[in-house]
Design a protein around this ligand. Sequence first.
Ligand code: NDP
Ligand code: 8X3
Length: 249
Amino acid sequence: MSRVALVTGASSGFGRATVERFVAGGWRVVACGRRAERLQALVDALGPGKVHAAAFDIRDADAMRAALDALPDDFRGIDLLVNNAGLALGTRPAQEASLDDWRTMIETNVTALVTLTHALLPTLIERRGAIVNVSSTAAKYPYTGGNVYGGTKAFVSQFSLNLRADLHGTGVRVTAVEPGMAETEFTLVRTHGDQAASDALYAGADPMTAADIADTIWWIANLPPHLNINRIELMPTTQSFAGFNVHRS
Ligand code: NDP
Ligand code: 8X3
């Protein structure tokens, strides 16, 4: 029997690449996201026996519960939860940011992630499964305009470590994956659809790709059961660190 992964944010970017990587490796995958047509395209491309599309807004707890209850038998025994769905909204400093954007990031990146994790923990414990939480370099390194996005990702990284503490002795593995710059629809979403801004950010930067992150998640999930990667931080070679900002009068 092949193993089953549930991947959130499977309609784009890291999530879609992760679905493709795991199906190529012989797993079955529950692919979650709001854009049903994109999830169906994955089912059509990879096969209905391999991918189950679960279209719902991850912020809607009732819709999440209904999607889990409706899983076909072949996709019910989840061995791996990839909490990947998430977003940044806005690039302005806190004092100019939208409170609606802040709330959306918290509801998606934090509240929905813990709700789904809570729902699947009994299954993951029963199956001695694994959780991969997609965090960010923004969890640790602050930058102007990162405000609530960075705060949500700091939560994801610390929640991952605390899950490890609570799951002690269960055999369930937990990892926080903390990527830096990778080209996906992330910046298009962050800028509310500004394709030119997205193109400009990645131009000439040789960013990481969604496949780079999917390969990392694949590696983590297929390590021997006695080995847990607590957190892993990745950047493109072209990205590094800037100094502290000093304001002079
Ligand atoms: P994309 O915008 O390409 O993908 C984001 C995914 O999240 C989409 O599939 C989207 O699906 C899903 N999603 C967003 N909101 C919801 C919602 N309310 N309900 C259900 N699904 C939702 O970005 P990435 O692939 O880059 O991002 C994936 C993760 O990686 C995010 O958590 C992001 O913060 C993180 N990350 C990204 C980095 C980057 O540079 N790209 C770097 C570090 C971390 P749909 O719209 O169909 O609902
Ligand atoms: C995405 C990376 O640097 O845009 O999480 O915050 S960054």
